[in-house]
Design a protein around this ligand. Structure first.
Ligand code: FE2
Ligand code: FE2
Length: 484
């Protein structure tokens, strides 16, 4: 009998899925393992592979005490396969099969749709590791360097989680998909990652923090929607992944928060009252707030594209099939069928943005996007604007309108400013640099990216964190750059 809350650490692959009792699956995973390590070495963090990093490893799936901390060389990290504990007598929570016992095997009629959902989620996991590959060179502190690597190893574990589902439940085509997850490469001309935002570059640490704030938050929403799935192994996998995702967002929230804190302190010290006096602020060696706003505009709008088209039959089908639910589906007080229900969707009509009622089933992408926007907006207030207000500056960071800078969906064909006013093409060209980072802005941020490797020291443009990882003191050596 497998104890589903403690992890079997004996074999090559720590797991709570009874791998020892399933030799066929174990062989498939063990033969995928070397390919994954090759991928990690070729496209994961550049350098630092031989250094000891103070990392968190999952050792249980209990909400409390599921992780232990210790020094590990990244290629020796224990990438486990961990499912949240099964819920007794769980039922399909929504859609046409609502109330039937949750599926423990793939429902045959939905095999292709389910495989696609898993592949799309799986593809994002290694993509962000590839995007962040070179950031180790310019880390603003050992604390931040360690957080980057923690995020990276956990994204690789999420890849493992999806590969487990493919190999266990989808036979030969699952194994082929698992290989393809390592074959595609972020930004590659010939075989790019499946979704646009995962082919963008992450050129500097501000981009990393914005990515973990905005794009990992999309990950959170998608995982929540999949955690509701009637396919129980997917639900349990995603439920456990969410515990790790929370840390990724913490890295982004607190990372940008610490930049804001440092900028405000530098403005105060220099007697600068106007946060938009960019030249004077930058002369202090810190990142001005308007540049943070432009970066937020960029990452937010790129991330909105991940939610897909406003009106989507795929989303409706996945819901009807009981495969992908809504954010916190089990807490929504309705019939969970959505037959005949409507939802308000922003549409483009005769060159204007209007609100329209659409069938709720077809509008599920937008509903998830709305939940995302609300979640992100409250995090901007809580984590960022509070710091600016406390420092006494009359400046607020905000999220742009959903029509701003879009490549996918209803607003891909127009240009809009961050308030949602539609602009002519020449006007957009003229004012673009006020909304999105200009080459000068990016060059300034790049100029600050000098590595700081002394334990306890931080780059000029970012404040130290309030507390260390795992209660460690400020000068703790999170990454041992000199081993031995
Ligand atoms: Fe992930
Ligand atoms: Fe993540």
């Amino acid at each position: 009998m497998i104890d589903p809350t403690s992890v079997d650490y004996d074999g090559l692959i720590p797991n709570n899925v009874g791998l020892n009792a399933d030799p066929r699956l174990r062989r498939a995973l063990e033969s995928w393992h070397p390919s994954c390590l090759d991928w990690w070495k070729a496209r994961g963090p550049e350098g630092f592979q031989a250094n000891l990093v103070y990392l968190r490893t999952a050792i249980s799936v209990e909400p409390e005490g599921w992780a232990k901390f210790g020094y590990v060389k990244m290629p020796e990290y224990r990438w486990g396969i961990l499912l949240a504990p099964a819920i007794l007598d769980r039922r399909v929570p929504f859609g046409a099969h609502k109330g039937e016992p949750a599926w423990q095997e793939v429902p045959g009629e939905y095999r292709a749709m389910l495989r696609r959902l898993i592949v799309v989620q799986g593809d994002t996991e290694p993509a962000s590791v590839e995007q962040q590959r070179y950031l180790g060179r310019t880390a603003p502190s050992l604390y931040d360097l360690r957080n980057l690597f923690q995020v990276n190893v956990e994204e690789a574990r999420h890849l493992w989680a999806m590969v487990y589902l493919l190999q266990k439940y989808f036979g030969r085509d699952g194994r082929e998909e698992a290989e393809d997850l390592l074959r595609r490469n972020s930004g590659d001309q010939d075989s790019p990652r499946l979704l646009g935002a995962f082919n963008e570059t992450t050129p500097d640490w501000l981009a990393f923090f914005m990515f973990t704030f905005f794009t990992d938050r999309d990950g959170k929403m998608q995982l929540h929607a999949l955690a509701q799935s009637g396919f129980d192994p997917l639900s349990r996998t995603c439920r456990f992944m969410l515990t790790e995702e929370a840390h990724h967002m913490f890295v982004g929230q607190s990372g940008v928060g610490r930049i804001i804190e440092r900028t405000c302190a530098a403005m105060r010290d220099a007697g600068i009252d106007d946060p938009t006096d960019i030249a004077r602020v930058r002369a202090q060696g810190v990142i001005d707030l308007p540049t943070l706003q432009k970066r937020a505009n960029l990452h937010f709008s790129l991330t909105l594209d991940l939610f897909g088209n406003e009106i989507s039959t795929n989303a409706a089908n996945a819901f009807n099939a009981g495969l992908k639910g809504r954010f916190l589906e089990d807490q929504i007080p309705d019939d969970h069928l959505l037959i005949g229900a409507t939802y308000t969707v922003p549409r483009l009509r005769d060159g204007r943005i209007v609100e329209e009622e659409a069938p709720a089933l077809s509008a599920l992408n937008i509903r998830l996007r709305d939940d995302y926007v609300a979640d992100a907006a409250s995090a901007v207030e809580r984590w960022w604007n509070r710091i600016i207000a406390r420092a006494g500056f009359g400046y607020r960071l905000s999220l742009p309108h959903v029509a701003f800078n879009r490549r996918i969906g209803e607003f891909a064909t127009i240009d809009a400013d961050p308030d949602g006013n539609i602009l002519s093409a020449p006007e957009w060209q003229r004012r673009r640099g006020a909304f999105l980072p200009s080459p000068d802005d990016d060059a300034f941020v790049a100029s600050l990216m000098q590595p700081v490797t002394e334990p306890g020291a931080f780059a000029s443009w970012i404040a130290p964190p309030r507390a260390g990882i795992d209660g460690k003191p400020g000068d703790f050596e999170y990454v041992r750059l000199r081993n031995g």
